[in-house]
Design a protein around this ligand. Structure first.
Ligand code: NAD
Length: 555
């Protein structure tokens, strides 16, 4: 007996033991710990006798998943699994990515945020409260990992299309980081969701006894910016290689924070830059169908917020890369906002719209703007449901043989037009994409599969490219490259069925190739913190974490 136990394999260093191991979602394997691991790691007697494979465990999770009757219950089921066993959670997601993306992210994550204080089970990530100001560097030390590479942070002011959710907006950084891991293998241990809790204007939450954030109106102005700056400086001190993604900040704050930080640290804003890249990729694919060039385009956007202006800026970058002068490129991009066409003579235009305010007469109405501008493409990022009316689509079809119609507002109920409307009113001519998914549609015997301009085509690949190269910055050129790479990976078969993006079930391979393209930019522009390897794709693939159990025993 003594002889037998003396042959027991040793556990690897750094692995927790006993109940601490079972309660650590990064290390826990639940019923899949082998008998040898159970002996070596103090787990004997703490688990049922049967050793399960990960496939058994997936089957058990899915059996329970299918018994849930609402998407919110499915969300709670999956998030609870994530809090128990991250490897199994990501294996389940990887096996069911397309079906589960709308559960772990939009639209279900929106309902989860609205119910956050009521469905809360276990804390995840860091809540940096305004009360912590002056002491944030100390607070950050409570986070157990010394190797955080990706932070997604929000202040909850503009969560999806749901407005101010305060601290309940934490569901968004959590969900987004899940997609970084699921789509592109950023290791869960290297991710950190952050809620910067500065209060909320949401009266319902302020009165709700179960609301979990600071019960006060938002801190604004210089105090707010100093608080954000203190967090960013502390985070960079603690994790020098970290990339910080701004997510779902209010419109003005988002532009301002990006301006302050983009050239100082490794950061980007997905609502502005990620949306822009996925839309530019859609345009590149559409141009393969119209056989026209980017410089031939005149693009009219409905909505001049974070998404719209981000799209405008990136298209301009891509046009300049193709030889256009800056002003010439800007002259091809037009906006209509809630007050009509964005033109120079309008007073009180927000700072971010000024560069697209053209010397032109005022036109209050979108249809009249189409008539005047004669665009080749219209892009809806207005949250104005049904704004692309029959008249709009018919007018676009008269001007263009193949009109480009992107109705990107979310959720589905806010879309500027449905896939069915775009195809029917254009008599099958429209090149269509949406923000929320629409089912395939048959028009006069031809089946169209509408593309979804989902940001998850872009940000995981950008993140992996940045993390793998330890890039010092995230640049517009990286987003332009990611757009080019995504469009390039859209096959002729995709285009033939009207889909201007690759199928979502290819997202992992697509993201790796985007990451390699982003890494190339980091090397070319002297931003990388690692030496250039012979093969960039190999470098990014080697950085990809996989949802597989590793042995915790020394061989
Ligand atoms: P935002 O609040 O920053 O901007 C909204 C803009 O719409 C503002 O400029 C506003 O003036 C304009 N608007 C409002 N009512 C209007 C009206 N009646 N007519 C014309 N314009 C009007 O929001 P955002 O971040 O730019 O997002 C806008 C929409 O785009 C949201 O529905 C969002 O879900 C969607 N979006 C989609 C994707 C995607 O598909 N990948 C990505 C990001 C955002």
């Amino acid at each position: 007996m003594t002889q037998k136990s003396s042959k027991l394999p040793e556990p690897k260093p750094g692995i927790p033991k006993g109940t601490a191991l079972l309660n650590d979602p990064l290390f826990n394997k639940g019923s899949a710990f082998t008998m040898a691991e159970r002996s070596a790691l103090g787990l004997s007697g703490l688990l049922p006798s049967q050793v399960c494979t990960i496939e058994n465990q997936v089957e058990r999770v899915m059996e329970n998943y299918h018994k849930k009757s609402t998407d919110l219950e499915r969300y709670i089921h999956l998030v609870s699994l994530q809090d128990r066993n991250e490897t199994l959670f990501y294996r389940v997601i990887a096996d069911n990515l397309e079906a589960m993306m709308p559960i772990v992210y939009t639209p279900t994550v929106g309902s989860a945020c609205q119910q956050f204080g009521h469905i809360f089970r276990r804390s995840r990530g860091m809540y940096i409260s305004y009360e912590d100001r002056g002491n944030i560097a100390q607070v950050i030390k409570n986070w157990p990992s010394r190797d955080v590479r990706v932070i997604v942070m929000t202040d909850g002011e503009r969560i999806l299309g749901l407005g101010d959710q305060g601290a309940s907006g934490m569901g968004i950084p959590i969900g987004k980081l899940s997609l970084y891991t699921a789509c592109c293998g950023i290791a869960p241990s290297q991710t950190l969701p952050v809620m910067l809790d500065v209060g909320t204007e949401n009266e319902t939450y302020l009165k709700d006894p179960l609301y979990m954030g600071l019960r006060q109106k938002r801190v604004r102005g210089p105090e707010y910016e100093a608080f954000v700056a203190e967090f960013i400086e502390a985070a960079r001190e603690a994790w020098p290689n970290v990339m910080i993604q701004f997510e779902d900040f209010g419109n003005k704050t988002a532009f301002r924070l990006l301006e302050i930080w983009r050239d100082k640290i490794c950061t980007f804003n997905d609502d502005i830059q990620g949306t822009a890249a996925v839309t530019l990729a859609g345009i590149f694919s559409a141009l393969r169908l119209t056989q026209k060039t980017l410089l031939d385009q005149r693009i009219l956007l409905l909505g001049a917020g974070e998404a719209g202006v981000g799209i405008g800026d990136l298209i301009v970058t891509a046009m300049v890369d193709r030889g256009a002068k800056l002003e010439e490129a800007r002259s091809k991009i037009w906006f209509v906002d809630s007050q009509g066409l964005v033109v120079k003579s309008r007073t009180g235009l927000a700072e971010h719209k000024l560069r697209f305010a053209h010397d032109f007469r005022q036109i209050p109405n979108f249809v009249d703007a189409i008539e005047a501008i004669q665009p080749t493409a219209i892009i809806g990022v207005s949250t104005l449901a049904k704004a692309f009316s029959r008249e709009v689509i018919e007018k676009m079809s008269k001007i263009n043989e193949r009109p480009i119609i992107f109705a990107l507002s979310n959720p589905t109920s806010k879309a500027e037009c449905s896939a069915e409307e775009a195809y029917t009113w254009s008599k099958g001519k429209a090149i269509y994409a949406s923000g929320s998914p629409f089912p395939p549609f048959n028009y006069e015997g031809k089946t169209f599969v509408p593309g979804q301009g989902n940001n998850c085509y872009i940000f995981p690949g950008v993140g992996l490219g940045v993390v793998a190269t330890k890039s010092k910055r995230v640049t517009d050129r990286m987003f332009a490259e990611s757009a080019r790479s995504l469009a390039e990976q859209t096959s002729q078969a995709d285009l033939d069925m009207g889909r201007i993006y690759p199928a979502l079930n290819r997202i992992q391979e697509v993201s790796a190739i985007i990451a390699a393209a982003v890494a190339e930019v980091a090397f070319r522009d002297g931003l990388a913190g690692v030496p250039k390897p012979a093969n960039t794709l190999d470098l990014v693939k080697a950085s990809m974490w996989k949802p597989e159990y590793e042995s915790y025993l020394v061989k």
